[in-house]
Design a protein around this ligand. Structure first.
Ligand SMILES: [Zn+2]
Length: 139
């Protein structure tokens, strides 16, 4: 693995800090908002607002949970000495990239490639739905 022990420690600290930040966010949600709403008598407008807020919160929560899983996965990889290795081409992911995104699973060139493919699929789908027979990915 290309990462030094010190670099690995830095990234590990970042991941733990991120986990803690998310966990604390969960506490805020359950302690303040939910509790408050349960005790209050709400008229219909308030009820609708609180339903909306709840759905918004759940959406954030799902996003956080997804992120949390990625953080846990990164920690697991660290234990298995697989952290910082591209899942696609097995080459080392640069420390600078990991510092910007500790949950990165692909090296920058594989990531670029994946995004290009995604973009290409999107364009192909779009032109299909417009009834045009043009394959923009070949252009
Ligand atoms: Zn790669």
């Amino acid at each position: 693995m290309a990462l030094s022990k010190k670099q690995l420690e830095t990234l590990k600290d970042m991941i733990y800090a991120e986990r803690e930040r998310i966990m604390n966010g969960f506490d805020d949600i359950s302690a303040e908002k939910y509790h408050l709403n349960n005790d209050d008598r709400l008229d219909e407008v308030d009820q609708a607002t609180s339903d909306y807020e709840r759905s918004q919160m759940l959406r954030f929560r799902n996003r956080d949970l997804f992120y949390l899983k990625k953080l846990d996965k990164a920690l697991g990889k660290m234990e298995d000495n697989e952290y910082g290795i591209c899942e696609d081409c097995d080459s080392d992911i640069k420390f600078e990239r990991l510092r910007a995104r500790p949950t990165a699973q692909l090296c920058i060139s594989c990531k670029d490639e994946a995004e290009r493919v995604e973009q290409g699929n999107f364009i192909a789908r779009q032109s299909k739905s417009l009834g045009k027979n043009v394959d923009l990915t070949q252009a």
